[in-house]
Design a protein around this ligand. Structure first.
Ligand code: MN
Length: 504
């Protein structure tokens, strides 16, 4: 199940459709495909259904100024190929039209049966990002047309609350590498709210519910554009007695959430993901995050789709989040080793790169990975290790030589997003993998560990600002040769990396 844009060129009668009540991401995505097909000499239509024609002023500006040709239709002559973008064929938010063949390109959670031709990347912040990468696969640079790059950039921006709810590295690539028109973006951004929407925000804030024990607030807003939820939650977070907040709106297809946190004990991205666990998806940053709980999944979980039950459900999730999380500050925590088992590291194959192969010594660079961006300064003794799941961590030559053995043979990357570095001095983006070599991680003194049966947040000795989250099934580990070094090992990595030490 995967799709390339060039697969579409086999058809001659093509219609691109986005969801009803299109947003900027849907418009940018549809526009980009039409743009691509036109380049290939294939005429295609871009349509949307539903009751309403686009009237929001930022979208009207975007359509007129970037030359987006989105037609509002009531009916459609059966096309040879129908491609739904930013939504999935058959979903409740997209008018159903018949077609000989259907293709789907979307970044939401999979909601039902998918056609053979599908490209779904649920962990992406926008559909624009997927199309940006699909164009790259066809060797097309979006920056060759400033209207196209501006549309895709704006699509990502609005779907991630002004980039604040971004988490996937590919989204960061689009954000950082698109050469867009700044003046256009400023113009759309400042036609974002209608007076009615301002009223929705005011009314929602008036009815905020405060929960003092855990210093959080919950606010419900009438159905509205998601970025209004972001505006409300930003404002709530500024209140002195509020450390964490949840703002939500019940839409016909699901519940849209905006989450904020200003304390290091709660990462907004983690809380958002927790609230939507198994019911949709969520993510973002330490301070700002968003999520969507899908209506069908919520109903399947036995929650009636009514205001009262949804209110109660969300309040209960918030309470259980605070109740169920244990927090460990490694620097003043003593684990009772009696409850732990000693494990030895297996010899596992990983990858490494010498930082000085990538950029000049002294340059700052940013390593972009699925887990986040890591800043490092290039020095002659700096190595970058690529772990068994593709995770990245820096390491000094001395530690490298004592803990790893270089081996011959080609390095095979196991992860999903091939890591890249950005030389912040030159702005150049360099793929890591062509420079990667293989090595073996040696055993060492081993660890003491216990399997977790609840959520644990660990502030490690080397990072007291950001916690590592362990969920049931993961392991809490203590280095045998340094008992203050306490950390979390994800259950799959644990199983692949460690084995119980045999009795001596
Ligand atoms: Mn979208």
């Amino acid at each position: 199940m995967s799709l390339r844009l060039s697969d579409l060129t086999k058809y001659s009668d093509i219609v691109i459709q986005c969801h009803d009540n299109p947003d900027a991401d849907a418009l940018a995505s549809g526009h980009a495909i039409i743009w691509y097909l036109k380049r290939k000499g294939i005429p295609a239509r871009f349509i949307y259904g539903g009751r309403n024609q686009i009237s929001k002023s930022n979208l009207v500006l975007m359509i007129n100024r970037l030359g987006i040709k989105a037609e509002h239709v009531r009916r459609l002559d059966r096309p040879e190929l129908l491609v739904t973008v930013d939504c999935q064929y058959g979903e409740s938010n997209v008018t159903k039209f018949d077609a000989d063949h259907v293709a789907v390109i979307d970044h939401h959670q999979i909601s039902g049966h998918l056609p053979e031709m599908s490209e779904i990347r649920s962990n992406y912040g926008s559909c624009s990002t997927i199309i940006y990468e699909m164009l790259q696969m066809e060797n097309i640079d979006i920056n060759s047309d400033i209207n196209l790059s501006t549309a895709l950039y704006y699509g990502l921006m609005t779907d991630t609350n002004g980039f604040s709810e971004i988490s996937h590295p590919s989204d960061k690539d689009l954000r950082d590498l698109a050469k867009f028109s700044r003046s256009e973006i400023i113009m759309y951004k400042n036609s974002n709210l209608s007076r009615d929407e301002l009223k929705i925000a005011g009314k929602a804030l008036e009815n905020a519910a405060f929960y003092e024990k855990n210093a959080y607030a919950i606010v419900e807003a009438e159905p509205c554009d998601p970025n209004i939820l972001g505006i409300i939650s930003d404002m709530l977070l500024e209140v002195d007695s509020i450390a964490t907040c949840l703002v939500y709106s019940i839409l016909s297809s699901g519940v849209k959430l905006s989450v904020r946190s200003c304390i290091k004990e709660v990462k907004a991205s983690e809380l958002a993901a927790y609230l939507a666990e198994n019911l949709g998806g969520g993510g973002g940053h330490l301070v700002k995050a968003g999520a969507l709980i899908k209506r069908d999944l919520l109903e399947a979980a036995g929650v009636k789709y009514e205001k009262e039950t949804i209110d109660a459900f969300l309040k209960d999730r918030m309470e259980s989040y605070f109740r169920s999380s244990e927090i460990i500050y490694a620097h003043d925590h003593v684990e009772n080793l009696k409850n732990l088992t000693h494990y030895t590291k297996k010899e596992v194959g990983v990858g490494y790169v010498k930082a000085s192969d990538l950029a000049d010594s002294g340059h700052k660079m940013l390593i972009r990975t699925l887990e986040g961006d890591v800043d490092v300064k290039v020095e002659d003794d700096l190595y970058i290790i690529i772990g068994i799941n593709g995770e990245i961590y820096p390491c000094r030559k001395q530690k490298f030589e004592s803990s790893y053995i270089p081996v011959s043979g080609k390095y095979a990357f196991p992860g999903e997003y091939p890591p890249a570095v950005i030389d912040t001095e030159t702005g150049e983006r360099i793929e890591l993998l062509p420079f990667a070599k293989s090595c073996l991680a040696k055993g060492g003194a081993g660890i003491y560990a216990r399997k977790l049966d609840h959520r644990v947040k660990v502030f490690t000795a080397w990072d007291t600002e950001k916690y590592y989250l362990g969920i049931p099934g993961d392991y809490l580990a203590v280095r045998a040769d340094d008992l203050s070094d306490i950390y979390i090992i994800e259950q799959n990595i644990f199983a692949q990396t460690y084995e119980k030490t045999k009795e001596q």
